[in-house]
Design a protein around this ligand. Structure first.
Ligand code: PD2
Ligand code: ZN
Length: 284
């Protein structure tokens, strides 16, 4: 998609100067965007210049290489897509970052069934601590949650088959569905879903299927008020509606993907979501 812009000797020198001074790549990128660069071209130019200049380890620290990610609309814009056994609506279609909001991904009955199955298994939500590789209660996430094993129940199997068809990504690359329940006041502070390469526990986590490359957050109910999924870098939020879902992908474990997102506090009522995180390879 990126139209190539020429890398002049001056630009090359300037990028190297910035990197050598320890300037963060997103700051360098921001300056390039401010001076009229197209984002894809600017990232490509940054990579090209730094590739010739830094050793492998330093390069990774600047920007991890991009990987293949799921693309739910490979044939371009559509109002609906057929996924396994159901026609799913396309409500919002953002290209960069890649964010798609789907309508009617799940039926009302499926949502109720998922809530019913998850309710008895809820515990205070834990997030994987990348420092230690262990799970622990995280204050940034005041919801309650549980994981289904992949294919552990017929409704789970059917939803996973539909998601795999929608994303054209193998069922085997998906983590088990996570269900979260947020009561009034509960939220999920903004975060990235990929595992931070700088954390010491990340290499262990990546042994199972590699990085996360996309998220599909499905709303199992419609909260009375609050609980939007927010993307602070985009000034964009998705209103939770039962059966709808928001998809977003990230081709590298880096903020340059602009996939910072969170769950805004629930004001009234409760909010239930089921999240499918997908990995680069089989999650077995
Ligand atoms: O519940 C949400 O809106 C939400 C927000 C941010 C879910 C997740 N992240 C997630 O499951 O990763
Ligand atoms: Zn998230």
């Amino acid at each position: 998609m990126s139209e190539k812009q020429p890398i002049t000797p001056d630009l090359r020198a300037w990028i190297i100067e910035q990197a050598s001074a320890g300037q963060q790549p997103e700051v360098v990128l921001k300056s390039m965007l401010a001076s009229g660069w197209n984002e894809d071209s600017a990232i490509a130019a940054l990579e090209e210049v730094l590739t010739g200049y830094l050793d492998d380890k330093a390069k990774q620290a600047v920007l991890p290489p991009p990987v293949k990610v799921p693309e739910p609309l490979p044939q371009g814009t559509r109002t609906t897509v057929w996924a396994f056994d159901r026609e799913v609506k396309v409500l919002v279609n953002l290209q960069a970052p890649r964010v798609v909001v789907f309508g009617d991904l799940l039926s009302a009955q499926e949502c109720d069934e998922m809530i019913g199955l998850a309710r008895t298994r809820l515990a205070r939500s834990e997030t994987v601590q990348t420092e230690t590789g262990a799970s622990e209660v995280n204050e940034a996430r005041t919801s309650q949650g549980m994981f289904f094993d992949r294919g552990e129940h017929p409704v789970v199997t059917r939803i996973e088959a539909r998601m795999a068809a929608l994303l054209a990504w193998p069922v085997e690359n998906g983590e088990g569905l996570q269900v979260l329940r947020y009561g009034p006041g509960a939220e999920y502070k903004p975060h990235y879903d990929y595992f931070d390469p700088a954390h010491s526990g990340t290499p262990t986590i990546l042994k199972r299927g590699g990085q996360r490359v996309a998220s599909l957050v499905c709303y199992l109910n419609t909260p009375t008020q609050g609980g939007a999924t927010v993307f602070p870098d985009l000034q964009f939020e998705v209103t939770p509606v039962r059966g709808n879902a928001v998809f977003f992908s990230y081709d590298r474990a880096h903020p340059v993907t602009k996939t910072l997102h969170g769950g805004a506090p629930v004001v009234e009522g409760e909010k239930w979501v089921a999240t499918k995180w997908v990995r680069e390879g089989p999650f077995v």
